[in-house]
Design a protein around this ligand. Sequence first.
Ligand code: SF4
Ligand code: SF4
Length: 376
Amino acid sequence: MIYRDFKGMKLSNLGMGCMRLPHAEGAVNDVDFAAVAEMAKYCIEHGVNYFDTAWGYHGGKSEVAIGEALSAFPRESFYLADKFPGYDLANFPKAREIFPEQLRRCKVEYFDFYFLHNVLELNIDSYLDPKFGIYDYFMEQKEAGLIKHLGFSAHGELPVLRRFLEVYGKDMEYCQLQLNFLDWEFQHGREKVELLREYGIPVWVMEPLRGGKLASLEPEHGARLRALRDESDAAWAFRFLQGIPDVKVILSGMSNMEQLVDNVRIFETDAPLTEAENAELAKIAAEMLSKKTQPCTGCRYCTEYCPQGIDIPRMIELYNEHVFTGGGWMAPFALRTVEEGKRPADCLHCRSCEQVCPQGLKISEIFEDFTAKLKG
Ligand code: SF4
Ligand code: SF4
C-alpha cells in the first residue's frame, strides 16, 4: 500500500468508502455485516487504514456496520471519517443530537476526520448562518478532542466553494471533492483544486470512477489506453489521480471483496501517468463527453437576448451533468436554488438565443428535453 503524509500521519492513498457496502438484494439498507467485517479485515491486513462513512449512507447502517467491523481492531490502527449531514436542511438545528449519536453508532470515542458534508448551493446559507452555529459547534468538538481533524466535502459549483472558503477556509484542514479524469474539466475539478491550493487545503477524492462508469470504458477507448500501458480502466483512473500532488486520499466505494482485492493491488504501486498518457486520457474524456453533452462554450452571447433572464450556459451545464450521469440528484438539487421563472421549464421557445449562438445549439429544444427528463 502506498501512503500520503498528512500532519504527521501516514494515510493510505486508497480509502475504503462505505457508501456502497454489500447488502441484501433489492434492500440497500440491509447491509451484510459479515461481508463488511471481512472487507475491513482485509483492508487492515493489507495496509488500508482510512475508512469513510456518513450519517445517510445505507440509511444509517453504514456507520453501524463499519463501526462494528473496526471495533475488532485497536483504535490506533485505523482512521475513521464521518460527516455532518448538511445535505438535508432539516438537520441543521440537530447537530447536537446527531454528532453524539454518530459516535455511538460507530462505537468510537472520537473521529479522526469529520466533514461538513456536501456544501452546495442549497445549503451554503445554512452552513454560514450563525443561528445554527454549525462551525462553532464542530470547532468545540475538535477542541474537546472528539474530532481530530475538521474539513468539508463539496458538490457545489466554484462560486459556492469560493464563498465557503472565504469564511472558513483558514480552519478547514482538507476538502473532499468529486474528482476523476472526466470531471477534471467537466465539473471544473482542476479549478477547484487550484482554488483549494490557494488556501493550502489538500484534497480527498470521492467518485474516482464516477459511480463505476470509468471502470468500464468503451472497448475502443480501453484499447487505446492499453496500447500505452497495460492496466485496467479502473487503474488508469486511479493513476490519473495519483499524479495530482494535492490528493491525499482516494475513496473507492467498494461493494465486494473482488473490487477490494483489485483496488489494493493497484495501490501497491505509485505509478502516476506520464504527460503523453494524460494527454490521451484527456482526449478520451473529451470524446466521451462530446457524445452525450452539448458543446456550450460558456461565451454568454445568448444571455442578453433571453426575455426570461435564464442563465442559459449554467442551465446547459446542469443539463450536461444530468444527461451524462443518466439522471442523479445533482441537477435537481442545483435547480432548486434557481429563482422561479428562470428555470429551463420557463423557456418561452422564442429562439432569440439560438440566433446568436456560435455553436448553433438548439437551446429551446435542450430545455424542453431537460424539463421532460426532470419530470420523468
Ligand atoms: S428560447 Fe428560451 S432560453 Fe432562448 S431566449 Fe427564448 S426564452 Fe430564453
Ligand atoms: S451562445 Fe451558445 S455557446 Fe455561448 S453560452 Fe450561449 S448557449 Fe453556450
